[in-house]
Design a protein around this ligand. Structure first.
Ligand SMILES: NC(=O)c1ccc[n+]([C@@H]2O[C@H](COP(=O)([O-])OP(=O)(O)OC[C@H]3O[C@@H](n4cnc5c(N)ncnc54)[C@H](OP(=O)(O)O)[C@@H]3O)[C@@H](O)[C@H]2O)c1
Length: 255
């Protein structure tokens, strides 16, 4: 049975994906931001292949999280699901980064670099990533006035570009990005118009299915259909610039 690690599995899409995969008999490693938040895993925890703890806004905790995952063993798939949406301010982290960048971009980058390479990688993007196109010059919001929506859009462009970079440079890994739609979670809110179940079934399918349509790399998906991502996400020059910026910001080279 495949073993899957899902970041941000205490709530929303990550928790739902974990429940479905465990219900189908897969081994799932769960993740909570803190020991207290692990309480929200409830009845999933006793049947999990492991529960790992770490706040993704901290580089040190993210590195420790990767160590915890590696101690459990090699993952067949990793679903980079955890994320934050509209931060009211830059919310500078202990490492000096904008929290949106730290959690949504730097943490999946670091975990990708530090976790033993799995067979499949899935990154939660958003349709809003299309609005994130632009320069990487002030990626960490040290010069610009804070714009929460723009910061989120840019972070989702980053992880989409990360997914497509890895599809290009790691031919032995299936790497894809998923737009779950606007779904009613803590992040999406009660007014969300998309179906919650459709919001997590694409990433669970990409993680474990052996269907020919699911065992591909370099896709940007919405409801199990491939969609065109923002042109920058698949531009090798942009991808290379982004990898350089993320290596400089984290001190960890991925490629
Ligand atoms: N919902 C939507 O409509 C929608 C649309 C497009 C894309 N997405 C993407 O889908 C993914 C899941 O979203 P969701 O709607 O399920 O969100 P959610 O209900 O808010 O759940 C987010 C998960 O990420 C975890 N998390 C947040 N900050 C963290 C941190 N610093 N360290 C560790 N874990 C952290 C949360 O932990 P806590 O429970 O402890 O906060 C929670 O488990 C996100 O990447 C989001 O950007 C969602």
């Amino acid at each position: 049975m495949p073993r899957i690690f899902i970041t941000g599995s205490t709530d929303g899409l990550g928790r739902a994906a974990a429940g479905v995969l465990m219900g189908d008999g897969h081994e799932v490693v769960l993740h909570a931001r803190t020991r207290e938040r692990a309480g929200a895993l409830g009845d999933l925890a006793p049947d999990a292949a492991g529960v790992v703890i770490g706040d993704l806004s901290s580089a040190a905790e993210t590195q420790q999280l990767a160590d915890q995952v590696n101690q459990i063993g090699r993952m067949d798939a990793v679903i980079h699901n955890a994320g934050v949406y509209l931060e009211p301010s830059r919310s500078t982290t202990a490492d000096g980064h904008a929290k949106t960048l730290a959690v949504n971009t730097l943490a999946p980058y670091l975990l990708t670099a530090l976790i033993d390479r799995p067979g499949r990688l899935i990154y939660l993007s958003s349709g809003l990533h299309h609005a994130g196109a632009g320069s990487l010059r002030d990626i960490d919001w040290t010069g610009r006035s804070w714009d929460a929506g723009q910061a989120y859009a840019e972070s989702k462009l980053h992880v989409t570009a990360l997914a497509l970079t890895l599809a290009r440079v790691w031919p032995d890994v299936l790497s894809n990005a998923v737009d779950p739609g606007w779904v009613p979670t803590k992040m999406g809110g009660a007014a969300a118009t998309d179906d919650l179940e459709m919001g997590y079934l694409t990433q669970t399918w990409l993680a474990v299915s052996n269907d020919a349509t699911a065992t591909v790399s370099g896709g940007y998906w919405y409801h199990r259909q491939r969609q065109p991502p923002a042109p920058q996400a698949r531009d090798p020059a942009f991808q290379d610039q982004l990898m350089d910026r993320l290596a400089a910001l984290t001190g960890v080279a991925l490629l």
